[in-house]
Design a protein around this ligand. Structure first.
Ligand code: FRU
Length: 563
């Protein structure tokens, strides 16, 4: 590991050089001024990072205005890697970074603290990012950020043949912080192109999760078909804000009279908005502590609280986050039921983060459960029984009335500990949702691989005729074992010997899903860092990440029809 880090450092340093465009001045104590001239045309300032260092305050000052404050683990005693601070946003402007560089105590006679030289002396301008030190292949068809930390998918929508995926992005290192909305776009849900970050943090705080709508009727006055994002600003309090885009979601202008909703409790976030054709209004579902709140609005600026949901129902082992709500056709295709997605952390069935769901009706004002007994006394329905399926939300306006979702493939139990170089974490494949009936005619939510993957040759398909064990392996004796136990109606995924597992004790797990209808088929998607298993094309799903030293390319099925 150490050798690798040194290689990365060397490679990055080789790509860079000191330049007249960079002026670094030590002021008193731990304050350092880093000035990048308006003439600079380098793309990045590379910041030396030590992952276990304390976060240092870095103020970004442009034209004498503080545009945002960042918290960065600037190196104190050694450099783990360099994090790029992108400069293209400030082209033609002088940028001043006022840094509180990490401090070391100095001798008694000096009486005090002084900023470390290591960080100050190793700041560099660069035009290129060098990913050559990555030890394993990037996932072939899973979305990853170009670099830095990623969590929740945000504001996804489909427009003009393109799937837009924004995501919680922390560009300055491999651990959570300084959240902005990164942006990627795909035409096929397989290949993703990275675009400029869409909504940047500002002097009032960081940009947390949220959603996007396409305003077909120009109800909000930002223009017909404007893309409008609603997101949480995490500053002095958590508040809901809007921003609009008239170029199809590439650049956003923040609404001048933000915020549009302010918090009355500490956890107040992750707005999910949709147009309700029946009431002719926008509806909003918002996670508030361990409940959801519903609101309505004609213009997304003035919101009326309609109702609350959830106090007595479902799992409450953690905070409720990242909600979504939408109608889906019933299995007979004759009517619709509303499904409410509620991501919860911790408190998931396999420990840590997970997505629970509720089935009922929504009339623009209130959500009413179909069968409240299914959710009382701590009972809950879960979308996915793997350990790495969180912050699941759907694309707005997906084509052909599909309800297509993506989940973040990680778990807050260990998200900042998983092996990573350059970037940390990936998103699940997209899934199309549907309702199906279990053995007693009760409804469940299923999630089948999006139809874009049907003929892409990415998965292995199996017909299932009874209890079966599938072993995915490589030449390094690393493996993932999938077991269908028909007698006990369980499908499980064992990753305890899947490669690197010891970075956190909760990682080497066997995840187990209940099976509501006998399995007749199984699809397995294996990419370099994940195994996604779909029984009966999405009736039962397990999503788990893995860190093998070589891809698990061999799959053997061992069917035992007697069981
Ligand atoms: C969920 C979450 C959200 C929040 C975001 C911050 O993973 O905690 O509730 O908006 O992450 O990055």
């Amino acid at each position: 590991m150490k050798r690798l880090i040194v290689t990365i450092v060397a490679a990055l340093v080789a790509l860079t050089s000191f330049s007249r465009d960079l002026d670094v001045k030590r002021l008193a104590g731990d304050i350092c001024h880093v000035r990048i001239s308006a003439d600079n045309d380098s793309k990045y300032l590379l910041l030396p990072i030590e992952e276990s260092a304390k976060e240092a305050e870095v103020e970004v000052i442009v034209n004498n205005n503080r545009v945002r404050t960042l918290w960065i683990r600037l190196a104190l005693s050694h450099i783990d890697y360099y994090a790029p601070f992108a400069l293209d946003e400030f082209q033609g402007e002088e940028v001043l970074l006022q840094m509180h560089v990490p401090s070391v105590p100095i001798t008694l006679s000096n009486r005090g603290w002084v900023g470390s030289d290591l960080c100050v002396n190793n700041l560099r301008l660069s035009d290129k990012l060098d990913f050559s030190s990555e030890t394993s292949e990037r996932p072939e068809y899973h979305h990853t950020p170009e670099y830095g930390w990623m969590n929740d998918p945000n504001g996804m929508f489909y427009k003009d043949g393109e799937w837009h995926l924004y995501y919680q992005w922390g560009p300055y290192g491999l651990v959570w912080n300084n959240m902005t909305w990164g942006h990627s776009v795909s035409k096929d849900l397989i290949h993703w192109e990275h675009r400029q970050p869409a909504i940047q943090a500002d002097a009032l705080g960081a940009v947390f999760s949220g959603s996007c709508v396409v305003d077909h009727k120009n109800a909000c006055g930002f223009g017909k078909d404007a893309v409008i994002a609603m997101y949480t600003m995490d500053g002095a309090v958590q508040s809901q804000n809007i921003a609009y885009s008239t170029d199809g979601g590439n650049t956003f202008t923040k609404y001048a009279c933000n915020p549009v909703l302010v918090a009355d409790i500490p956890d107040f976030r992750d707005p999910n908005v949709f147009w309700n054709e029946e009431t002719g209004k926008w509806n909003l579902i918002l996670a508030c502590g361990q409940q959801m709140r519903f609101y309505s609005s004609a213009d997304m600026k003035e919101w009326k609280e309609e109702s609350k949901f959830g106090k007595l129902y479902g799992a409450h082992g953690g905070v409720w986050e990242c909600p979504d709500i939408f109608p889906l056709p019933t299995p007979d295709g004759k009517s619709e039921k509303w499904v409410l997605l509620c991501n919860i952390n911790p408190g998931g069935p396999m420990g840590g983060s997970a997505t629970q769901y509720f089935i009922g009706d929504f009339d623009g004002h209130m959500f009413t459960l179909d069968d409240p007994d299914r959710y009382t006394g701590g009972k809950a329905l879960w979308m996915d029984y793997g350990k790495d399926h969180y912050a699941t939300v759907s694309f707005y306006d997906a084509p052909d009335n599909r309800r297509t979702v993506i989940a973040w493939m990680s778990n807050w139990e260990y998200a900042d500990k998983v092996p990573a170089i350059d970037y940390r974490s990936s998103n699940s494949i997209a899934r199309d949702l549907f309702l199906y009936e279990g053995g007693q005619g009760e409804l469940y939510l299923g999630s089948r691989p999006a139809k874009e993957y049907d003929n892409a040759g990415l998965d292995k398909k199996f017909t299932v005729k009874g209890s079966t064990v599938w072993t995915l392996s490589n030449n390094e004796k690393e493996k993932v074992v999938i077991t269908y136990d028909q007698k006990n109606m369980k499908l499980s995924v064992d990753r305890t010997e899947s490669g690197m597992v010891n970075f956190k004790h909760t990682f080497p797990a066997v995840t187990i899903a209940p099976v509501h209808k006998k399995l007749t088929s199984l699809r397995i998607f294996v990419d370099s860092n994940s195994v996604e298993v779909f029984g009966n094309d999405g009736e039962v799903v397990l999503t788990n990440i893995i860190f093998p030293s070589a891809p698990l390319t061999t799959i053997k099925a061992n069917q035992n029809e007697k069981k």
